[in-house]
Design a protein around this ligand. Sequence first.
Ligand code: NAD
Ligand code: DAU
Length: 352
Amino acid sequence: MILVTGGAGFIGANFVLDWLQIHSEPIINLDKLTYAGNLHNLASVMNGAGHHFVQGDIGDSSLVKELLAKHRPRAIVNFAAESHVDRSIHGPEDFIQTNVVGTFHLLAATREYWESLTGTEKTAFRFLHVSTDEVYGSLNANDPPFTETTPYAPNSPYSASKAASDHLVRAWHHTYGLPVLTTNCSNNYGPWQFPEKLIPLMILNALKGEPLPIYGDGLNVRDWLYVGDHCSAIRTVLENGTPGEVYNIGGWNEKTNLEVVHTLCTILDQACPSSAPHANLIQHIRDRAGHDRRYAIDARKIERELGWRPQESFETGIRKTVDWYLNNQDWINNILSGDYRQWVSRHYGSAA
Ligand code: NAD
Ligand code: DAU
């Protein structure tokens, strides 16, 4: 079996659901269930034999050691993290605690377990660390995209904490020989994404007839990757990646934020013509502090070495995503709890 951390969050839950559709190999899912963790994401597999959920912290060494000793996974895929840049600006401490200290404790427990293995159990073991393109910093309009050798230059408390975790993972390979794999990925979108992130926030606000808050001039560029493609890339790296190597994962879909939001508005105008044009809801608000201008991923290494390429175009992925939110009102109602409303009023309340 494999151990997945953070498997009740957006990407982790998509990974667990996809995995269990494809493999008969079971998953232990260790998740702390922060505001971003949601067991409703996993409703279809919660009672299945292939999925064993454990609520807990990656930084809880005794719990992790107990899980490793009991279940003897052949691999660990580490999604667990604090993931939202704006929250890291308001309160960086949780990011240091989970992304840096938590990853350290997880690595230490994993090393102890891996060193206790022998034979093919030991040689086949893998620790896959899921990271982000934000560790490489910000690009200007004409800069080439990030490669695996682009120097790290993180700019937000979030990206600095992820960069620190990547360095720890690298060091555990270099110093102790732990067979690690690191993936650095661009912006994901798709089903089950918590609506603090750009795409689901804009869909939900547009459906409620509320303002669509664009930071600054809206010309910041992100590369967008459909979450199902990210999950297939992680499976590919897990099975065929070379220990100690880093793989950049991207969608070859660079868009400005305004392009993304206008595309969403056009799709929603077709789906909900009575409230069109949704673009009238766009409002430019105060820019994010330290807002990175552009991210772009050169994903040629994973294609060349492992044969992976994204299957979804932005046009097909974004339509699937909007359809999913239109058809999952119960999930949305469950998300729009007091906690979420508090975040929205705290973050957007004074930003107009
Ligand atoms: P998310 O915020 O939706 O989910 C994170 C999950 O981790 C939640 O279920 C949460 O409960 C859990 N968690 C948090 N702290 C924990 C702890 N201490 N112990 C155990 N579980 C804990 O995040 P996501 O968007 O699904 O991102 C998953 C991973 O992918 C993160 O490492 C993130 O940095 C990385 N990533 C995300 C994106 C993106 O666009 N969302 C892009 C590149 C990389
Ligand atoms: O690049 C990968 C990263 O992508 C991941 O590592 C992070 O976990 C993930 O959150 C994401 O970070 P971003 O900051 O790029 O994503 P976010 O959805 O928060 O913002 C995308 C862009 O949209 C960014 O330029 C900020 C802008 N934005 C965002 C929000 C929430 C707005 O203009 N208005 C908003 O209300």
